[in-house]
Design a protein around this ligand. Structure first.
Ligand SMILES: Cc1cc2nc3c(=O)[nH]c(=O)nc-3n(C[C@H](O)[C@H](O)[C@H](O)COP(=O)(O)OP(=O)(O)OC[C@H]3O[C@@H](n4cnc5c(N)ncnc54)[C@H](O)[C@@H]3O)c2cc1C
Length: 530
């Protein structure tokens, strides 16, 4: 890929390997444009591995009256279910109605019922699922740790979930399958102009700079977009208002929710998602994650912290809703991400800023795409590549509305909790390639991290086929072990590093450095959490 970047001339070069950038690369490559994408760190290492992992319309945006956004998102949810059925799964949600005395005020019931119908009508119906009203006992059965006396009833509705980092990777691989040159650990450090227009960029590969020539450049760098624009026109536009959101993971046994649930935050207008993760064959789960927050943020953009105050906020809400008391010591993993919201209002809560996207054109001809959501990435990409086509004078139609992502062909859901279904949910039919690795070396069928359902073959596969280059790539994004149980990953780090060393040709010093870097990351996370 690096050779191609250095030697070929591209129609379009995309900067940023989050969901937005890889989506643009796929849209462009599948229209037949000669496409390249460079990512400074690892694919999805920015916001796109740190979301709530929902492919959803967002009931909250209905409350805010943003019906168009919900409509668009639910239309995209349907398309994503079709294009990536192995990755995007229907997720039932419980919206419990909680009151002090467990009695249901008519006004509340009517308002929520109307919201549910609106959700179905704006697009919920597209996946063939309609909401249902639940009696108090039925609602309680879904989350039996909740305070029964407070439950007045509930609604069951449907959204979808996706492993965000794996979605990004799969879109990137699909773009590569359509001919795009795609590389991680390539940071754009400068722009070169010809006749007032950007004609090439310099990238730092870690082993020296490369110049990549392209007719059109797309800046899809999320919260870093202003920094990249500053490289282009020398002025920092200060157009993005980052909003931080955190999630925490706890053992499922502390919550015992068999579906996702929405819980209120006492004293705040917000609510949190409580989502089970890692289905087992007996109907139980490995973990539950809870989030998210939405606060203004001004600190470091790389690896924003999940602080003790963030954890207290989340635990305060969940402990008010359930009878088991979860303490910070029970938290097995955390993640914090930054929403790249477009600065449309200086005042007001970030939660109220629009999640709509915006395509812009800079003075040197660089196209910017900002805002939006994981759910709407495909439509964002379509709009962006339409603009690329105008600049190139080559208009064409997007092909991604029904374009299957890698691994999707002939996908059928396996038995919940089985090894086959867990692998299929990550790789689709490509799980055969994992099986082939294990057939050649049965030791690769052993667990990668004790207590988590990942196999050693997945680490080898991540290096050979998914451009994993560092230990953290494998533990945090190719697998999600770090988010689920970080203590277990620290224990496993030396043996995983040994496995990767054999693949990547690391010597003893490099292997030790990889383990030390990973341990430092976890230590920083623990320090941030107080
Ligand atoms: C807490 C939280 C929860 C969310 N939950 C949901 C949800 O459930 N559903 C949903 O639909 N949306 C959700 N979102 C929104 C969604 O996650 C984001 O809109 C989306 O991930 C943004 O992707 P992106 O590609 O624009 O940015 P990023 O993923 O941040 O990607 C930008 C990339 O650009 C790279 N980059 C930066 N500078 C350079 C450079 N100089 N050269 C090369 N590369 C560079 C970065 O390394 C980074 O990888 C959530 C967001 C947050 C913060």
């Amino acid at each position: 890929m690096l050779r191609r970047l250095a030697s070929e001339s591209f129609d379009v070069l995309v900067i940023g390997g989050g969901i937005t950038g890889v989506g643009v690369a796929l849209d462009a490559a599948s229209r037949g444009l000669k496409t390249a994408l460079v990512e400074a760190d690892d694919f999805a290492s920015g916001t796109s591995s740190k979301s709530s992992k929902l492919v959803h319309g967002g009931l909250r945006y209905l409350q805010q009256g943003d019906i168009r956004l919900v409509y668009q998102a639910l239309r995209e949810r349907k398309r994503l279910r079709h294009n990536a059925p192995h990755l995007v799964k229907i997720l039932p949600f419980l919206l419990p109605i909680l009151t002090k005395d467990g009695l249901l005020p008519r006004r509340v019931a009517r308002a929520l019922g109307t919201a549910m119908w609106m959700y179905d009508l704006t697009g919920g119906w597209r996946i063939g699922k309609f909401h249902k009203r639940l009696k108090a006992d039925a609602a309680f059965a879904h989350v039996p740790t909740m305070r029964r006396e407070k439950i007045a009833g509930g609604y069951l509705y449907y959204d979808a979930t996706v492993d965000d980092a794996r979605l990004v990777l799969t879109v990137a691989r699909t773009a590569a399958a359509y001919g795009a040159a795609v590389a991680n650990r390539c940071r754009v450090t400068g722009f070169e102009h010809t006749d007032g227009r950007v004609s090439s960029v310099t990238i730092d590969t870690g082993a020296g700079p490369i110049t990549v020539s392209a007719k059109v450049i797309v800046n899809a760098t999320g919260v870093w977009a202003d920094d990249v624009r500053a490289l282009e026109d020398g002025v920092h536009p200060d157009s993005i208002r980052p909003a931080k959101g955190v999630h925490i993971t706890v053992p499922w046994s502390m919550v015992r929710n068999d579906i996702a649930a929405v819980i209120p935050v006492p004293g705040d207008k917000r609510s949190l998602f409580v989502v089970p993760w890692g289905a087992r064959a007996d109907g139980t789960f490995d973990h539950t994650y809870i989030g998210t927050t939405d606060t203004d943020y001004t600190g470091r953009l790389d690896d924003p912290p999940c602080t003790a105050a963030d954890i207290d906020y989340v635990l305060g809400a969940v402990n008010a809703a359930i009878t088991t008391t979860i303490t910070p010591d029970d938290v097995t993993g955390v993640w914090a991400g930054l929403r790249p919201l477009v600065k449309s209002a200086e005042r007001g809560r970030t939660a109220d800023l629009s999640r709509r996207h915006r395509v812009t054109k800079g003075p040197g001809g660089v196209i910017g795409i900002s805002g939006g959501k994981l759910t709407t990435y495909r439509e964002m990409a379509e709009d962006t590549v339409d603009e690329v086509g105008s600049l190139l004078g080559r208009k064409s139609k997007s092909r991604t509305r029904s374009l299957l992502l890698l691994g999707a062909d002939d996908f059928k859901d396996g038995a919940p909790g089985s090894r086959e279904s867990r692998l299929a949910d990550r790789y689709g039919w490509l799980q055969r390639e994992i099986d082939s690795l294990i057939a050649a070396d049965p030791s690769l069928g052993e667990p990668l991290v004790d207590g988590l359902p990942y196999e050693r073959a997945e680490a080898v596969y991540a290096v050979r086929h998914e451009m994993a280059i560092e230990l953290v790539d494998v533990l945090t994004r190719r697998t999600r072990a770090h988010l689920l149980d970080r203590a277990a990953t620290v224990k496993a780090a030396p043996s995983v590093a040994e496995l990767l060393a054999a693949e990547l040709g690391w010597d003893h010093a490099e292997t030790a450095r990889q383990v030390a870097d990973y341990n430092d990351l976890v230590a920083q996370e623990q320090a941030d959490a107080g």
